[in-house]
Design a protein around this ligand. Sequence first.
Ligand SMILES: NC(=O)c1ccc[n+]([C@@H]2O[C@H](COP(=O)([O-])OP(=O)(O)OC[C@H]3O[C@@H](n4cnc5c(N)ncnc54)[C@H](OP(=O)(O)O)[C@@H]3O)[C@@H](O)[C@H]2O)c1
Length: 281
Amino acid sequence: MSEQTTLVTGATGKSGRRVVNQLRAAGVPVRAAARHGEHPFDWTDRTTWDRALEGVRSVYLVPLDGTTLVRPFVEAAVRHGVRRVVLASGRGIDDPHYAKDDSGILEGMLDGERAVQESGLEWTISRPGWFAQNFSEGFFADAVRTGELRLPAGDGAASFVDAEDIAAVVVAALTGDGHAGQVYELSGPRALTLTEVAATISGATGREIRYVPLSVEEHVAELVREGWSSADAAGFAEIVGPIRRGTDAYLSDGVQRALGRPPRTFAAFADATAAAGGWPS
Ligand SMILES: NC(=O)c1ccc[n+]([C@@H]2O[C@H](COP(=O)([O-])OP(=O)(O)OC[C@H]3O[C@@H](n4cnc5c(N)ncnc54)[C@H](OP(=O)(O)O)[C@@H]3O)[C@@H](O)[C@H]2O)c1
């Protein structure tokens, strides 16, 4: 492996996969690490960490949510001579009113941010809001498949960000100058309600997708009827809370600051996903 190798963890996920693709398109040697990826890596098996870090100069770090493993991993990275790290985090993690954190996801992210900031490495933090890709390959893809987004989001809106833009910011920070010490909060160019999201996906796919607003209680009851545990159902409903409350509707300027261009619109994301055959059907 070249000394210039870039390690990407979470390499099969929504952001990591795109970081791998964009780095390779730019000719950068990449080690694509995940449990089921090209390079086997498991956050919960520390014997896989050293092999992942061998000969690596830069790392895109997608943490295992709900853990504080970033800190020991960054310490290992320093021992291996890594120079630069870009950390996947999230908007809202430093807002105590953002969401309940029963599973320790937000606390884990905050600890990870502190760990990279204290590491002595060149660090950059990516803090995206809601990914647009949650509708095509994430939390809400099954709902899009059924044609009904049945969610407790009320009339709330969120400024969904395209994971291609997230990846472009990460790649710029991994490969370019001027990004060290930056915390990039990332959003799309406009906040959309779920009614607008459904209409945009309908327009791109030619299928009717409807948003059906539910109360939190109705949503939890539906998930439990589908076989979810009450705790998981309540946790999922809580994830949607920031959309319902409008706390993820604000716009962030990270894409513009990092890339010198505005973020892609949700409509452009929806059309590009349709052109690539990426909508669940
Ligand atoms: N989705 C959103 O709207 C959103 C918004 C803000 C922030 N975030 C945060 O952004 C980060 C990245 O999210 P994402 O949506 O890109 O991720 P994702 O699509 O959920 O993918 C998770 C990745 O982690 C890997 N992984 C899971 N368990 C692992 C383990 N034990 N060891 C090693 N790898 C493991 C998975 O691959 P394998 O299964 O092959 O191991 C996969 O590559 C997360 O921290 C998330 O909380 C997400």
